[in-house]
Design a protein around this ligand. Structure first.
Ligand code: WT7
Length: 637
């Protein structure tokens, strides 16, 4: 069956866009009426966007799992919902039909209920990229518990910060995860994290790798034993809990300008509609296609385009446990050919790293099944775009460059595959419902074309962030206060002569390293935990593969005899406190940092030096310590 709200032509894009702006209530009501509701909504758009309090479909009730699973059973019970490609290419594929997904999600919902998990409770998930992660996410949603997936690369400290902030009652994890040639000992990291988490009563462990783990009696339980008990008890289907449209569906922690990650909260109904609508339209998904999003479910991309988008559309989603370069750099292409993938959605950093491996890994790969390519997570440079287009798309496939954020729930600015025009390095045009605006520093809206400024969104859309967990004020401060009445994205952006948008990168103290958001303050706090460090400053610099690399300027208290050992110690500290993804690429020891007279570190100057543009620093005479700049320039690495 054709999806009634899938945009079929450029003309339709224009008319739908206009309708979505002129009459959003009718536009979104029409779309929402295609979903399964327990109770119809009263108000399509409500609340107060200008004060960061939007509501969508208020008064309505539903359960997202009925939309992602149950409603597909009548016609497509035997269709694959999830295809799982394990880390080891020699291991068996798992095919999970909608019927099997229904059974497994229900069983696990029973397990959660048995352990006292109820609607509104928080459950943290720290697992590898295996089907059980998707099953656990959906089981939480079925029972109405708020899931918070923590990326498997985060350290014990980062986990306990998140678990404590969410006051999670339960953790779901694995003994360990495979990642290329390595195994990652997830359960033992959880054990360390839980030493400082008092809210957690239950830990459920999926045995995946057969790693020896420590099980705490009365607290830790084996997933498989729990499920087999449910099967023996023949508990059957688990009635999907009735959720209010605006009840939180999940929390996902993301980095911001401060040292403390914030818990972005998404709603049940608005998020569902947005993830589904954007999935169907941007990728132009057609029934029976296979969608391969290479992200991890620990990030928003995995939530929206591995789990909720594809499943709500009755699609088949491919989950891949491993990494693009193991056993060799042809892994993605092997997967595409093995399963005849239709849509490939990946990140510029992956494209650049595969591009760096040359064309050998592409030899004997057909890639003929591919229909649509996508990228997400950071600005894509022209060279990587061209390589993707030529060598993967064979100069014939559309590439969708999708701009969005954890906070937006789903894609906001992107071309629609094969329907609206593409332009290399441009996200192009907004999706229906999205009003992008560019603002200058004084808060003036820049009208017309060929302008650049700070990107804001002027009106509420269904997938918008609802709050930051436990601290709504922070949500207001971060997103709704810089520009009165608008959502501020933190990105710089330009609009070209044809009105197409190109995201130029973050304008705040947030780095984007390999498509992962990292706050400079978080890394600085971690470095400062090293006992010998007095102060540090982090900036980003252009990195060939990662997009941005992390450059650390560090003031050490004593004379340094062995800089190498010290650097290794600092890297270890960062790894332990945040995770390996936040490790600086370069560390420069400096005697002082350039500061303003009010004591603020002048990052602009440090950035220029790190970017190799110290000749473009400009006037430094107003600094408190202009002499520091010269010393830093000389010591550059
Ligand atoms: C930041 C959001 C959206 C899911 C993955 C990242 C950057 C994202 C693009 C793109 C240029 C992009 C922005 C944004 N970004 N997509 N297509 N072109 N930049 O989610 O971790 O919340 O990061 O990623 O800077 O603000 P996230």
């Amino acid at each position: 069956m054709k999806c009634p709200y899938q945009i079929q032509s450029l003309e339709q894009y224009h008319t739908d866009y206009q309708r979505s702006i002129n009459d959003p209530d009718t536009f979104w009501a029409d779309i929402a009426s295609n979903f399964t509701w327990k109770k119809q909504w009263n108000t399509v758009r409500g609340g107060d966007f200008k004060n960061g309090q939007s509501t969508w479909f208020e008064g309505g009730t539903l359960n997202i799992t009925e939309n992602c699973i149950d409603r597909h059973l009548a016609d497509n019970a035997q269709q694959n919902a999830i295809i799982f490609e394990p880390n080891d290419p020699q291991s068996d594929t798992q095919y999970i039909t909608y019927q099997q997904l229904y059974d497994r999600v229900n069983e696990f919902a029973h397990v959660l209920q048995k352990h006292g998990i109820q609607k509104g409770d928080r459950v943290c998930l720290y697992m590898g990229m295996i089907p059980e992660l998707a099953i656990a996410v959906l089981a939480c949603a079925r029972i109405g518990a708020i899931h918070s997936v923590i990326f498997g690369g985060f350290s014990a400290q980062s986990i306990s910060d998140r678990v404590n902030d969410a006051q999670a009652k339960c953790i779901i994890t694995c003994d360990a995860a495979y990642r290329g040639a390595k195994t990652i000992p997830l359960k033992s990291v959880i054990d360390d994290a839980l030493a400082s988490c008092t809210s957690v009563q239950t830990v459920i462990v999926y045995n995946h790798v057969n790693e020896t783990v420590n099980m705490v009696s009365g607290r830790d339980f084996w997933w498989k034993e729990e499920v087999s008990q449910v099967q023996q008890d023949k508990l059957g289907g688990f009635p999907a809990v009735e959720m209010n449209a605006e009840d939180p569906l999940f929390i996902l922690y993301t980095s911001g300008s401060t040292g403390k990650p914030k818990g972005v909260v998404h709603s049940c109904a608005g998020y569902m509609v947005w993830a589904n609508y954007t999935f169907v339209n941007v990728f132009q998904y057609k029934q029976n296609q296979l969608h391969f999003c290479t992200a991890d479910i620990g990030w928003i991309t995995g939530h929206s385009y591995i789990v909720y988008g594809p499943l709500s559309a009755g699609g088949t989603t491919l989950m891949f446990e491993g990494i693009p370069t193991w056993p060799d750099a042809g892994r993605f292409w092997d997967i595409v050919d093995k399963y005849k993938v239709d849509i490939l959605y990946t990140a510029p950093t992956a494209i650049r790293s595969l591009m760096g491996c040359g064309l050998d890994p592409l030899e004997n790969k057909s890639l003929e099944s591919l229909k649509v390519l996508g990228t997400v997570g950071e600005p894509i440079n022209e060279e990587a775009w061209n390589w993707y287009h030529e060598h993967i798309g064979k100069n014939r496939l559309p590439i969708v460059d999708t701009w969005w954020q954890t906070e937006t729930g789903g894609i906001m600015i992107s071309n629609l595959a094969g329907i609206t025009p593409a332009k290399a390095t441009f996200a192009t045009y907004p999706l229906p419902g999205v009003i992008p605006q560019l603002l200058d520093e004084n808060g003036h809206v820049l009208e017309g074309n060929s302008v650049s400024g700070n990107l804001c969104i002027a009106q509420s859309w269904p997938g918008s962030i609802r709050t930051t967990w436990g601290d709504h004020d922070r949500c207001l401060q971060t997103y709704f206060s810089a520009y009165q009445g608008k959502y501020f994205t933190g990105d710089g952006c330009l609009r070209d002569e044809n009105g197409m948008y190109r995201i130029t990168g973050r304008v705040d103290d947030v780095l984007n390293v390999s498509g992962h958001r990292i706050g400079t303050a978080e890394v600085e706090n971690a470095i400062n935990m090293h006992p010998g460090v007095v102060e540090s400053a982090i900036v980003g610099y252009p990195h060939e593969i990662k997009g941005q690399g992390i450059y650390a300027y560090v003031i050490f208290q004593n004379e340094i005899d062995d800089a190498q050992t010290l650097k290794t110690e600092i890297l270890k500290t960062v790894s332990q406190l945040i995770g390996p993804i936040a490790k600086p690429d370069k560390i420069q020891f400096v005697p002082a940092l350039p500061k303003t007279r009010s004591g603020k570190i002048m990052r602009r100057i440090l950035r220029k030096i790190a970017e190799g543009e110290s000749d473009k620093i400009g006037d430094i005479s107003t600094l408190l310590n202009p002499e520091a700049v010269e010393v830093i320039k000389q010591g550059v690495i």
